[in-house]
Design a protein around this ligand. Structure first.
Ligand SMILES: C[S@@+](CC[C@H](N)C(=O)[O-])C[C@H]1O[C@@H](n2cnc3c(N)ncnc32)[C@H](O)[C@@H]1O
Length: 290
């Protein structure tokens, strides 16, 4: 299949510098994703494969098609999925999980009035492994530590195909390699030799929704206790990262926590938040008074 797709690229028109810049700019304006010149062949190949699937041989004509009305918008959704990186897995960043278990949750539970409901938001959730990891941690913690709270997780991404995978909740065993035996037994059901399904109770705790982080002004998400945003900001330039982060902290409740990927932003700390010090993590707490 890959060979057929490649050989089909022979019939494609060339992508000259002007056309490349046009595509690169469109991608950057609409998704924020910066495509360095070294990735030019990734862009031309990905576009070429998609164009061949739907019968285009000219990059310019396909570009006009993508900009054209409803049909263009539908095609754009497919294309974005092809051009964005969706690499993820359960318990991808263990240090952040440990911080939640050892620091954040115990601290919330020790407050005079611990939250009765913990609302979370996984931003750039890809195919769902990150929000389900969070759901397992929250569910298991409340049972083993005898805490009484309810929780809900909103999981958002720009890619409709990734969100559909998350909603289905069926994963190859490869993705589960960091899920320990206790959690695997508790939250997954084997559905074939190679695949596992997240159990229904956990799936019900996670709500998947499409959201472009560049369009956060009218997001129907209120204030939450926890935001996790890992391995997404790395595709944006510094200016956009800061804009996105400033918007995200506005969605934190006082005392709420923002977890990023280690090293994903340097020198950013608006006055309403403080840094949380915990091994190999990058996280901030919104000040209780803010
Ligand atoms: C590498 S995945 C990260 C998945 C997960 N957070 C993790 O750490 O494993 C990056 C995700 O960011 C999403 N993304 C890229 N640009 C976006 C945008 N403008 N708005 C929302 N999501 C975006 C991609 O679709 C992709 O699923």
């Amino acid at each position: 299949m890959a060979i057929a797709a490649w050989s089909g690229l022979d019939s494609m028109s060339n992508m000259d510098d002007a056309l490349y810049l046009q595509w690169k700019t469109l991608l950057e304006d609409r998704t924020g994703m910066i495509l360095p010149n070294e990735r030019r062949s990734f862009l031309t190949t990905s576009l070429g494969i998609r164009m061949r699937e739907i019968g285009f041989t000219d990059y310019q004509l396909y570009y006009e098609h993508v900009l054209n009305g409803c049909e263009g918008a539908i095609e754009w959704a497919t294309l974005v999925d092809r051009l964005t990186v969706h690499e993820t897995r359960f318990f991808r960043h263990m240090a952040s999980v440990e911080m939640l278990r050892e620091l954040v949750l115990p601290q919330w539970m020790s407050e005079d009035e611990p939250p009765g409901t913990i609302q979370c938001w996984s931003v750039g959730c890809s195919t769902g492994e990150e929000p389900y990891t969070l759901a397992m941690v929250l569910d298991h913690f409340r049972e083993t530590d005898y805490c009484q709270y309810y929780f809900g997780i909103t999981a958002s991404d720009i890619s409709l195909a990734s969100l559909a995978t998350g909603r289905k909740g069926v994963y190859h065993s490869r993705k589960l390699r960091d899920v320990d035996a206790v959690l695997r037994g508790k939250y997954f059901r084997r559905v074939s030799d190679t695949h596992f399904e997240v159990n229904e109770a956990l799936r019900k705790r996670v709500c998947f929704a499409q959201l472009n982080v560049l369009e956060m002004e009218h997001v129907p998400i209120g204030k939450v206790h926890l935001i996790i945003c890992q391995n997404m900001l790395i595709y944006f330039d510094r200016k956009r990262r800061i804009e996105i982060l400033n918007n995200l902290v506005e969605h934190l409740l006082p005392g709420g926590v923002l977890i990023l990927g280690a090293g994903e932003i340097l020198g950013w700390q608006p006055p309403i938040i403080e840094k949380i010090e915990f091994n190999d993590t990058l996280a901030f707490r919104r000040l209780p008074s803010a």
